[in-house]
Design a protein around this ligand. Structure first.
Ligand code: BYC
Length: 318
């Protein structure tokens, strides 16, 4: 019987598989641009997980109780794990971890803008969990259905852990909001600082996003930046109301006709300044990453020597 796709070009066959929701696997043929887009997105995502450990790591020694300290420590460790699943997924596309890290350290590769903001109070740990992880979940649950198999499978586990993270953040906020007036004020002050940067996490407006249309066509992205941002506002405004907090945007209002919240304009100049390396903490964050990498050189060398010795022993035993 004639194969209906046999007269198609490799590009057309590839798109037909994508359109039929067949996962693309590492050994399958794929256009170079698809491979490049995935390496860019997955490695930037991995870098975000690693750099994302820094703002929270700042509070491990200052958490208000032993219980809070151990929860935060576990959360930060989870982020390191997410980075490792993602670097492994990117490696299946033919890049190496050394190359990806070199691109991060040289400033060539990006990581999420959100991690260039400082964490100034304990309530920031609540906001990072509640808002930042909340945004991450909205963005990442659809990535469990992304067209590239290894990325989609890595995201399943990431999302399970992220939902715990989000609940712990909300619980910190709830505890503060049910506490003394000064604690509730601390929660409100943190929300004031984190709200707009969190909206920026979803990326530029669709009309200014060079990658969205192609990534939607390849089903790498399942929703556009603006669609996800709207979902986020619709989810978070009622949660802020439940906490008794006010979202710092006077334009936030329920729109009956759209069945969604209207909201104000993000400060895109600030977004691009942060993306280009001029946010409050960009230099600190990158400096801390490079320092950790350099100071960890002896660990990597020791691990390699240990692995080589073990391989040698196994060879002799065989
Ligand atoms: N920050 O055409 P666009 C986490 C860049 S981890 C910095 O819309 P795309 C967590 C973009 O890269 C959170 N840069 O791009 C971790 C592009 O530049 P290049 C990270 C940004 O890829 C630890 C240019 O702007 N999540 O949540 O179609 C603890 C134009 O943008 C940002 C992921 O990485 C930004 N916010 O869409 C707690 C999820 N936004 O690369 C939490 C996976 C845009 O062309 N990634 N840019 O030079 C994605 O879903 C997509 O890559 C994005 C951007 C929605 C982020």
């Amino acid at each position: 019987m004639e194969n209906p796709t046999q007269h198609l070009t490799p590009e057309e066959q590839f798109q037909a598989r994508i359109d039929a929701d067949v996962r693309i696997e590492p050994k399958d043929w794929m256009p170079d641009a698809y491979r490049k887009t995935l390496i860019r997105q997955i490695s930037q995502h991995a870098h975000s997980e690693l750099v994302g450990m820094l703002p929270e790591g700042n509070w491990i020694t200052r958490a208000p109780s032993l219980k809070r300290k151990s929860i935060l420590l576990s959360k930060v460790q989870d982020e390191a794990g997410h980075g490792l699943y993602l670097y492994s997924a990117a490696e299946t596309l033919g890049t190496t971890r050394d190359q990806m890290l070199a691109d991060l350290h040289s400033g060539k590769a990006k990581y999420s803008s959100i991690f260039n903001y400082p964490t100034l109070s304990w309530a920031d740990m609540g906001c990072v969990g509640w808002l930042v992880d909340g945004a991450a979940i909205l963005n990442q649950v659809p990535l469990c259905r992304t067209s590239y198999g290894p990325y989609a499978r890595a995201m399943v586990r990431v999302c399970k852990e992220e939902s715990f993270h989000q609940r712990q953040g909300f619980e910190i906020m709830q505890t503060l909001c049910e506490g003394a007036e000064s604690q509730k004020a601390m929660a409100q002050e943190a929300l004031n600082r984190w709200w707009w940067p969190t909206l920026m996490m979803f990326g530029p407006k669709d009309e200014d996003s060079p990658n969205t249309a192609q990534s939607m066509n390849w089903r790498i992205k399942r929703f556009t930046n603006d669609e996800l941002r709207q979902k986020f506002v619709d989810m978070m405004v009622p949660q802020a109301e439940f906490l008794g907090l006010t979202v710092p945007d006077e334009k936030v209002q329920w729109n009956e006709a759209r069945q969604a919240y209207d909201y104000g304009e993000v400060n895109w100049d600030e977004f691009w300044a942060v993306v280009k390396g001029n946010g409050l903490c960009n230099r600190d964050r990158l400096g801390a990453r490079v320092k950790a990498h350099e100071e960890g050189a002896w660990v990597r060398e020791a691990a390699m020597a240990h692995a080589a010795k073990r391989a040698e022993r196994e060879l002799v035993a065989a």
